[in-house]
Write a protein that binds this ligand. Structure first.
Ligand code: ADE
Ligand code: ZN
Length: 336
């Protein structure tokens, strides 16, 4: 079994599935809880990290929402995002599309403007300092109702030029994509891209709904799509990208063992799979650790790793010239 970690470290790549609130490292979280004098049920960074054991998605989400409650000021959002961009740049991420969860902040009284200004300032600084490109995708929390998502989209309109698309995240089971048809139609109507988490814990039907009812351009996760042959064939035929997150899948018990991860079967089925980190501060690794974990567990070849990185640029919401430029740099790295 070969270990391609050194090759992966310098491999140019795009990250397409990372929740900025999921990059909140315990050290920073703890520091911001103190800075903002927010009551926090852990008395040390170690105690906080010790709580990171999850039996399923909901276990994680409970902690994730508690964690983001210490984000209060514009500077907090800046610090959070800048810390992620610094790590991503150090891992050869050339382009990042970050998710953010406005309702996780506005519902507890943080103004939309505070959040978006901090993220936007970090994006500008990171692009200048690290030479990477960054886009933002506004996610709706699916455990809330569609009226709340519609209000959030309306509230975001003054900053329409600061995000490129909408997504759907949070508790999947019992909250099918069909619940959000109106808000996605409205978002598409104003030129926004659409993505949705589907088939992480939810059934293949949710992936069908994301495609047919929300008309998404990428599926986030999509693991359970493989249970449905017709769906798998469709995803392959339409070259519909999947943003796969191996360490997340392991930590949230979506897969029990990395050697059983469906990524190899996805590649064999001709799917446009990409590798991403989801919530790296909670799941034990950033994007390169995700590549390495799955590379070693499935004994993926160098060519397969290059294909995964190429897929990340093909699946990104960037124009063709940018895509070709990234693919050229990737090819030079792979042959060099
Ligand atoms: N929000 C943050 N991470 C998520 C995940 N893996 N699934 C659904 N919602 C999320
Ligand atoms: Zn996710």
């Amino acid at each position: 079994m070969t270990d391609l970690s050194a090759f992966i470290a310098g491999l140019p790549k795009a990250e397409l599935h990372v929740h900025i609130e999921g990059t909140f490292e315990p050290e920073l979280m703890y520091a911001l809880a103190q800075r903002n004098k927010v009551a926090f049920p852990y008395d040390s960074v170690e105690a906080l990290r010790g709580a990171y054991r999850f039996g399923n998605l909901q276990d994680f989400l409970d902690l994730y929402y508690q964690g983001m409650s210490v984000l209060v000021t514009e500077q907090d959002f800046y610090d959070l995002a800048m810390a992620y961009f610094r790590r991503a740049a150090a891992q050869a991420v050339r382009h990042a599309e970050i998710f953010f969860d406005p309702q996780g902040h506005t519902e507890r009284g943080v103004p939309f403007q505070t959040m978006i200004d901090g993220l936007w300032r970090a994006k500008a600084d990171a692009e200048a300092q690290f030479g990477m490109s960054i886009s933002m995708i506004l996610c709706f929390l699916r455990h809330l109702d569609e009226a709340s998502a519609l209000r959030t989209l309306n509230e975001a309109l003054p900053w329409r030029d600061r995000f490129i698309g909408v997504g759907l995240d949070s508790s999947e089971k019992g909250h099918p994509p069909s619940k959000f048809q109106t808000v996605f139609a409205r978002a598409r109507g104003i030129g926004l891209k659409a993505v949705a988490h589907a088939g992480e814990e939810g059934p293949p039907e949710y992936v069908w709904e994301a495609l047919d009812l929300l008309q998404v351009q990428r599926i986030d996760h999509g693991n359970r799509a493989l249970e449905d042959e017709r769906l798998t064939a469709r995803l392959a035929r339409e070259a519909m990208p999947l943003t796969v997150c191996p360490l997340s899948n392991l930590r949230l018990c979506v897969v029990n063992d990395m050697t059983r991860h469906p990524l190899r079967r996805m590649l064999q089925a001709g799917l446009v799979a990409t590798i991403n980190s989801d919530d790296p501060a909670y799941f034990g690794g950033y994007v390169n650790e995700n590549y390495s974990a799955v590379q070693q567990a499935l004994d993926l070849s160098r060519d397969e790793i290059v294909t995964l990185a190429a897929n990340s640029f093909r699946a990104a919401f960037i124009d063709r010239a940018e895509q070709q430029r990234h693919l050229g740099v990737l090819t030079a790295y792979a042959v060099g």
